[in-house]
Every structure is written in structure tokens, then in C-alpha cells.
Design a protein around this ligand. Sequence first.
Ligand code: G6P
Length: 369
Amino acid sequence: ESIEKGGYPHFMLKEIFEQPRSILDSMRGRMIAESDHMMMGGIREFENKFVNAERILIVACGTSWHAGLVAEYLIEDLARIPVEVEYASEFRYRNPIISERDIVVAISQSGETADTLAALELAKSKGATIFGICNVVGSSIARATDAGAYTHAGPEIGVASTKAFTAQVTVLSLIAMILGSKRGTLETSKLRQLMVELESIPSKVEKALELNEQIIKISEQYKDATNFLYLGRGYNFPVALEGALKLKEISYIHAEGYPAAEMKHGPIALIDEHMPVVVIATKDSSYEKIVSNIQEVKARKGKIIAVVTEGDTTIPAMADHVIEIPETSEHLVPLLSVIPLQLLSYHIAVMRGCNVDQPRNLAKSVTVE
Ligand code: G6P
């Protein structure tokens, strides 16, 4: 087993550090930035249906559901197709409205999650076209779909999903870009810019991983906290949810992810000097707004751990800790902003003596409902 861990103390850490590679593998052969050329074998067959879909429904569970939320922002923004993201377990039991003109996208690392499989079978029985995004080749969900694209993350052993998430977001970004370009809602110049940016993500992830030592120090300070709040807006809102989920799963610290602006409708009541608040505040269209949210937390003496874009000079003046990640397009920022959050939860869990790779009560794939 120590050979399989490749010198890392845990599979989770190994998998976090594999992300430059797994992201690259998930985009490799699917685009050539110099010629605006994108291809995804799985989509080609159903391209017309996809491009003309009235609606895209995404069904998934856990971390895969968070990747689905990122896809909602991407597809609606770049391709202008309405998207709904559903917890597979709710979707299948609530008599959902599904038509033959809908595309249902099932996202699953393992391809074996019982609720996701049942949700797609239901959608199939109502005539929808089913597309799968799975990591495990030949898995039940991959076999049950009409078409699909694999994430090439390689085997993920740690129960808390890391590299599968970024691989899913990579593939979903490519799909949103393909749909946007085919539908004419994404200009060629913008498409080209995004492709070049996506190509640079693996090396930027590499850079973000250099934050490891800094994050160990921050983890030491907060390892005994009993609660954590994670805030983000726009593309970083799903990242806030994912950061909170990672911490809960492996460190057993209660954590909540929230859209930053919703804080005033509840969670703000919890903030005092004992509450660490992780704010993902990269330079994007909601930057000014999230700076105000940071001030609201500070006014109540909360401790701010801010994930910001390199070179930010405003937030360091107000935050207790600043984690700088490389600049990128806001469409792709989840691929970078999630990295420090994965590392933070990993180190806190290790310091608390938790079984990081096999947390209590959790399973890698949930094949029962
Ligand atoms: C379990 C795992 C999670 C995963 C979820 C969905 O809860 O512990 O890490 O996100 O299932 O799994 P899937 O294989 O469908 O992506």
C-alpha cells in the first residue's frame, strides 16, 4: 500500500497533488487552442440534441453535485441553455417533469451511486437523452447512458473526492464551451481566450499546490475549531459548498458553505471571535460585493481566511490570513480556488488524528439508497 501511495502519507494527499496531471488528462485530445478546435467523441453523436436542448437537467450526489452546480453557471453563461441541478435522491422521488427534449446529465465519479443511477433510469423512461460523466470506465452509470465523456482522473481511492471533482469541472467546462460555440452564444475570440486559459490551468494548479506549507500553518491555528463557515459568490459559491463538505467529511468539524450574500439571512448570527470564516474572494465580477461581506464578518470579530487572486492589495488589509492563487478567468476559477480548501481540510484532519482516507460512516461509493 505504501508503494501505491507513491511516497505520500495518504491517498488523499497524493490525489490532491495529482491534479495538474488529472486535469490535463481530462482535457487532452479534446481541444486544440490554436485552431479553436474542440472535440468530444461522446457529444458528437448527440450534438444536435444537445445544442437544441430546451433544458439540461443535471443529476448527481455529493461532490459530483457540486461540480454540477459549477456547470450550471458555465452552461447558462456560455451556452444560454437553462440548467437545473438536482440531488439525484430528491429528483427520483418527486414526480419530476421530464420531456424528450430534455438532456439529462448524470455526474458520478464511481458510476455506481444508486440514487444517481435510479434518477437517470427514471429520466430515460420518460424519453430524455442521457449523458454521463463518469470516472470509472464501464461502470453501471456509464453503461446506462446514451452517450458520455469520461473524466480521466485515474483511480480515486481517498473517500473524500478531490481530483475527480476538478476532472469533472474540466470536462463540464469543455462541454459548456463546445455548446456555446455551436449555439453562437460564445464569440470565437472569447472561446479562444477560454481555451488558452484552460490549457494553462494545470501549471497554475501546480503553483497553487506550493501553498501547502502556508496552509499547514493556518491549519495549526484552527484545528480545534468546532465550526467553520465557507463563503463564496458566483462561480466560487459551489466551491464554498465543496470546501465545507471536505472539512466535514474528514475532520468531523461542523462546517457550512453559503452564498456570501445569504449570510445576512441567518449564518451571520453565528459569527463571533471563535468562528473561522473561509471566504473565496478572487478578482471577478462579484469582487466588490464580497469585500463588503468580509467587512461584515470582521465587524463581528470573525476570523477571516481569504482565498484571493495573486497581487490583491485590498483584502490583505482586512483578513487574518490570505491565500493567494494565480489569476484566471472567472469561468475556470473553481479549478484553482478549490485546491487550498482541499489542503486545509486534509491538514486539519491529519492534525486531529482522523482517518483521512477512510472517514467514519462514509463510503467511497454508495450503492444503496
Ligand atoms: C459518496 C462519496 C463522495 C461522492 C459521492 C457521490 O458520498 O463519499 O465523495 O462525492 O458519494 O459519488 P459519485 O461516485 O457518484 O461521484
